[in-house]
Write a protein that binds this ligand. Structure first.
Ligand code: SF4
Ligand code: SF4
Length: 285
């Protein structure tokens, strides 16, 4: 049996990716199991989904804690804690164009999923690239090389009239997947240090979640994009009403964003009634 972990942010199609791959593997003749894990926070917050597949019925009924394959749907790099879930000899698939430090006993493969999504207009309702399907194309190439047709069938079955661009993105992900070679100069990604709580440090969660006072949980570290206010902003404060983190506020007739807590969900941009008053820009990794 193989076990797989999908990670990303709420709104990036992490759960959908896991379900589509499960459907693909089922069509290819495997027994499959797929289920997600949600915390209290959704959009913009860390999300994981689990997938098992085997040639025989699967009897495990608990979440995947160690995996053979880690699929990172989000374009931001995985934390050392998440990489630590990969079994020796396992595979990490990244939504990424550039090299990722390769220092562990695992293989690394890359596919520019977000780039492919943008080029094929596979976008979220807020206009962000949905790299999940292109990453799935790469997954299929690495796991079941003869299974692209099954992935296409799974996409069409799930998405109906919206399937066409997603199928094209999946094919492109399949074509553009590359397995990274090891380089002697690579160094490990350092673990981030958590904030002090009651005089002691929090132990590292493998999947960062809100486990304490919301003021101590710096959700800004989840951010892949961040909102930037422009001169068009009228300080009407509508965005502040909708911000799930309370990260945007009006002071002295101007809006201020607290990037320590802004998780980059983009809700403020969606609800803003003034054209170009707020734009989202990528946070560099
Ligand atoms: S960004 Fe938009 S919603 Fe927020 S205060 Fe400015 S104009 Fe209002
Ligand atoms: S400021 Fe905007 S992007 Fe940041 S958390 Fe609030 S709604 Fe989301």
């Amino acid at each position: 049996m193989k076990e797989m972990l999908f990670v990303g942010r709420g709104g990036q199609g992490v759960v959908l990716a896991s379900q589509l791959l499960a459907d693909t593997l089922a069509r290819a003749g495997y027994w499959v199991q797929s289920f997600p894990e949600f915390k209290a926070e959704r959009r913009g917050a860390p999300i994981s989904a689990f997938l098992r597949w085997d040639e025989a019925p699967i009897h495990r009924r608990y979440k995947v804690r160690e995996c053979d394959v880690l699929v990172v749907i989000s374009a931001s790099p995985p934390s050392p804690e998440i990489i630590g879930c990969v079994r020796p000899g396992g595979l990490i698939l990244l939504n990424r164009e550039t090299r990722f430090p390769h220092v562990g006993p695992y293989e690394i493969a890359r596919v520019p999923g977000s780039f492919i999504a943008r080029r094929n207009s596979v976008l979220s309702s807020e206009g962000r690239p949905m790299g999940n399907v292109a990453v799935l194309g790469a997954c299929v190439r690495l796991l079941v090389p003869d299974g692209l047709e099954f992935l296409e069938q799974a996409i069409v079955s799930r998405m109906g009239t919206r399937a066409e661009a997603n199928v094209v993105a999946a094919r492109e992900g399949y074509e553009r997947c590359t397995v990274q070679r090891r380089v002697a100069g690579d160094t490990a990604v350092e673990p981030a240090t958590g904030p002090a709580v009651s005089g002691r440090r929090q132990s590292h969660a493998r999947f960062p979640v809100s486990r304490t006072d919301s003021l101590l949980n710096h959700t800004g570290s989840w951010s892949e994009d961040r909102p930037v206010l422009t001169g068009e902003c009228t300080a009407c404060a509508l965005c502040a009403l909708f911000c799930p983190e309370g990260a945007i506020a009006r002071t002295d007739h101007a809006m201020v964003i607290d990037y320590l807590y802004c998780k980059g969900c983009g809700i403020c941009e969606v609800v803003c009634p003034v054209r170009d008053a707020i734009t989202m820009e990528e946070v560099s990794a």
